[in-house]
Write a protein that binds this ligand. Structure first.
Ligand code: 2NE
Length: 270
C-alpha cells in the first residue's frame, strides 16, 4: 500500500492508505516501551482516527521485528506512575486502552517479537491479533513491581480462561506464537515476512463488510464485557441509528415547530 503520513509525531508514526490506518510505536531502542508522551501521541492519533470517516480499520504495531511493545518505559517510572517531561506521574495507557475499546472501528494488533507487560495488555485490548512466528507474549508485572488488574485481568480471562490467565500473571512466563494461538490469545500466526501482507488482507476483508454492522458488533462485545460503560456505547450506537429514522426526526421537528409530535404513522413492529 501507498502509506500517507497523516500527522508528524515524535514517538509514533501514524499513516493511512485505502481505508486502513496504521499506528506504529517508534521506539525500537527500548523494544517499543511507552513513556507518557508516547501514549499521549497514540491517544491523539486514535482520536483523529475516530473522526476520520475515510478510515475503517486500524493496524497497531511496533517498529522493527524485535517487539510490538514492552510496556511502560521503566526508565521513567516514578512515584505514582510514569513521569513525562512535565514531571507529572501518569498511567495514561489506561485511557488509551479504553479509547481502543470504544473506537467504533476494529483495531488489529500486528505483533512481531515481544508483546510484554503493558504491551501485552495493549494487544489484549485490540479486537484481533495477527502474530508473526517470532512473537512472544507475557506479563511481567509481579516480577518488576507492577500489575494491570483492569483489562489486563478481565479481558485476558475472557480470552484464555481464569486458570490460564492466573498462570500468565502469577508465573510471568513467556509464550510463543503457537502457544498463544492454542490458548485463543491470537487469531493467526504467519511467517514474519508475511505479517504485513496478512494483516492488510484481514483489514481489507473487514473493509468489505457493512461498517454499521461491524460497529454494532464491536459495541455488543463491549456490552457483554464492560458493564454499564459497554452498554452505554451500545446504546449510543442505537441512538445514532434511531436519529436516522423519520420517527425520531418527527419528534425533533415537532419541537422546533412548536406543535405536538404525530407518531401515529409509525408502526409498532412485533
Ligand atoms: C521485552 C524484553 C523481554 C526483551 O528482551 P531482549 O533480551 O530482546 O532485549 P533487552 O536487551 O532486554 O532490551 C533491549 C533494550 O531495551 C530496553 C532494555 O533496557 C535494553 O536497553 P539497553 O540495555 O540496550 O540500553 N528495554 C526493554 N524494555 C524496556 C522497558 N519496558 N522500559 C525501558 N527500557 C526497556 C525485555 O527487554 C523486558 O523484559 N523488558 C522489560 C519489560 C517490562 O518490565 N515492562 C514493564 C511492565 S509494567 C507495565 O508495562 C505497566 C503496568 O504493569 C501497568 C500499567 C502500565 C504499564
Amino acid at each position: 500500500l501507498n502509506w500517507e503520513r497523516v500527522k508528524e509525531y515524535t514517538d509514533i508514526i501514524y499513516e493511512r492508505a485505502e481505508g486502513i490506518a496504521r499506528v506504529t510505536i517508534n521506539r525500537p531502542e527500548v523494544r517499543n516501551a511507552f513513556r507518557p508522551e508516547t501514549v499521549m501521541e497514540m491517544i491523539d492519533a486514535f482520536q483523529h482516527i475516530r473522526e476520520d470517516s475515510s478510515t475503517g480499520v486500524v493496524l497497531l504495531r511496533g517498529q522493527g521485528d524485535e517487539a510490538f511493545c514492552s510496556g511502560g518505559d521503566q526508565r521513567v517510572r516514578g512515584h505514582g506512575g510514569y513521569v513525562g517531561g512535565d514531571g507529572v506521574p501518569r498511567l495514561n495507557v489506561l485511557d488509551l486502552q479504553r479509547l481502543i475499546r470504544t473506537l467504533p472501528k476494529p483495531v488489529i494488533a500486528v505483533v512481531a517479537g515481544y508483546a510484554i507487560g503493558g504491551g501485552h495488555v495493549l494487544h489484549v485490548c485490540c479486537d484481533l491479533t495477527i502474530a508473526a512466528e517470532n512473537a512472544v507474549f507475557g506479563q511481567v508485572g509481579p516480577k518488576v513491581g507492577s500489575f494491570d488488574g483492569g483489562y489486563g485481568v478481565s479481558l485476558l480471562s475472557r480470552l484464555v480462561g481464569q486458570k490460564k490467565a492466573k498462570e500468565i500473571w502469577f508465573l510471568c512466563r513467556q509464550y510463543n506464537a503457537q502457544e498463544a494461538l492454542q490458548m485463543g490469545l491470537v487469531n493467526a500466526v504467519v511467517p514474519l515476512e508475511r505479517l504485513e501482507e496478512e494483516s492488510i488482507r484481514w483489514a481489507k476483508e473487514i473493509l468489505e463488510k457493512s461498517p454499521i454492522a461491524i460497529r454494532f458488533l464491536k459495541a455488543a462485545f463491549n456490552a457483554d464485557t464492560d458493564g454499564a460503560a459497554g452498554l452505554q456505547q451500545f446504546a449510543g450506537d442505537a441512538t445514532m441509528l434511531y436519529y436516522m429514522t423519520d420517527e425520531a426526526k418527527e419528534g425533533a421537528r415537532a419541537f422546533l415547530e412548536k406543535r405536538p409530535p404525530d407518531f401515529s404513522k409509525f408502526p409498532r413492529l412485533p
